[in-house]
Design a protein around this ligand. Structure first.
Ligand SMILES: CC(C)(COP(=O)(O)OP(=O)(O)OC[C@H]1O[C@@H](n2cnc3c(N)ncnc32)[C@H](O)[C@@H]1OP(=O)(O)O)[C@@H](O)C(=O)NCCC(=O)NCCS
Length: 338
């Protein structure tokens, strides 16, 4: 069994899911627990969403009386909102909105790393939603809701119109700082000790393993290794549009300096000079310790190697790769989380 979770969500007037919040998803749940749920909600196998009702939730609460699941069942039994149990027997291609939301939760709860689960076709399963201070609103209903708010003398605050919600309205992982919560989408994995500054951005299916300083943008599929620093306005090439097929990983203790970026994976202890973007086809001169060119290669041939320092030589404009002798260490005072 891949995952099981009870969620509370929002539907539109056509009875379609807009979003689902899963407070305590279970990854690879115990077979006995799955059997109990299966008998109460009549689960026959496969990957399914089963809407449940008060009676079934109360039954589960009684069966689990005294353990941690009972309290959640008791609370969910009292809501008038739609409640769903999503059961994923396998990590198959997502088929529904609740299933997609559960997989995004699994990333943000640190159960899985990016690119480890099947997220094929999720854009068509995530409705574009107005994220308001009254929750998720279907775009066909937004005009009426705005009018209702005005009639009541208030304003419906629309924070975003997007397919993905902000992560922190669903999951607040321990030991992180996020200066501007709208910059981190649900489905981001923030390891212990990660700081995302105001201009930092983490898409769904990304990871900062922690500790990290993220002042730049992490594209879908990219993993930033422990101790690495993504400088102000730095960026990482993604795969969604115009990018390559290769997912970028950045190793441990790397510094992607301000306004720099990479389109190739990097190993550990690598530094890219401020303002320099290493795309896969860039011609790089490999330098020896006496600053003589050993040979020229395309950057993609250096993918994944450790201890590289990339600079653009300000005398002749050539992109050079030297041995990195001063790998970054994160400033403990600046990057603390207490
Ligand atoms: C890449 C970077 C870290 C290199 O720093 P550095 O201290 O100059 O690196 P090194 O001392 O190892 O440089 C080796 C040599 O190359 C020279 N050099 C560095 N960059 C050069 C360039 N672009 N052109 C020509 N020579 C250069 C250095 O002056 C030094 O010369 P020396 O041996 O004669 O003293 C630095 O240029 C940089 O980009 N810092 C930005 C940090 C940043 O943005 N942090 C995030 C903040 S949000």
């Amino acid at each position: 069994m891949y995952a099981l979770a009870f969620g509370i969500g929002t539907k539109n007037a056509r009875d379609e899911w807009l979003e689902v919040y899963f407070p305590a998803p279970l990854f690879h749940p115990e077979p006995a627990l799955v059997d109990t749920v299966a008998s109460v909600v009549d689960y026959q196998g496969g990957n399914v969403d089963i809407e449940t009702d008060t009676t079934r939730l109360q039954t589960l609460s009684q069966i689990w009386s005294g353990n941690s699941h009972a309290s959640l069942m008791t609370q969910l039994a009292k809501t008038v909102r739609p409640v769903v149990v999503t059961i994923l027997e396998t990590d198959g291609k997502p088929q529904t909105t609740p299933e997609t939301y559960l997989k995004l939760h699994l990333l943000s709860h640190r159960f899985v790393l990016p690119n480890q689960q099947n997220l094929d076709g999720i854009f068509s399963l995530l409705p574009n939603v107005a994220w308001t201070d009254q929750g998720a609103v279907d775009l066909e209903e937004i005009d009426q809701r705005q009018l209702q708010a005005r009639m009541a003398g208030t304003v419906l605050e629309v924070a975003a119109v997007d397919k993905f919600p902000k992560m922190t309205n669903y999951v607040v992982p321990p030991g992180v700082r996020i200066a501007h919560s709208a910059r981190v989408r649900l489905g981001a994995y923030l390891g212990e000790g990660t700081t995302v500054m105001h201009e930092g951005f983490m898409n769904f299916n990304t990871a900062a393993m922690g500790p990290n300083m993220v002042e730049g943008r992490i594209s879908q599929g990219v993993i930033l290794g422990a101790g690495s620093d993504l400088g102000g306005s730095a960026s990482t090439a993604g795969t969604l549009s115009g990018g390559g097929e290769i997912y970028i990983t950045i190793g441990k203790n790397c510094l992607i300096s301000a306004n720099a970026g990479t389109g190739i994976p990097l190993g550990d202890n690598c530094t890219i000079e401020a303002g320099l973007y290493i795309t896969p086809g860039v011609i790089v001169q490999i330098m020896d310790e006496h600053k003589n060119t050993v040979k020229s290669v395309k950057a993609r041939e250096l993918a994944g190697q450790d201890d590289m320092l990339f600079i653009r030589n300000s005398r002749n404009g050539a992109v050079e790769c030297r041995t990195n002798r001063k790998a970054v260490t994160l400033n403990k005072t600046l990057h603390g989380h207490n």
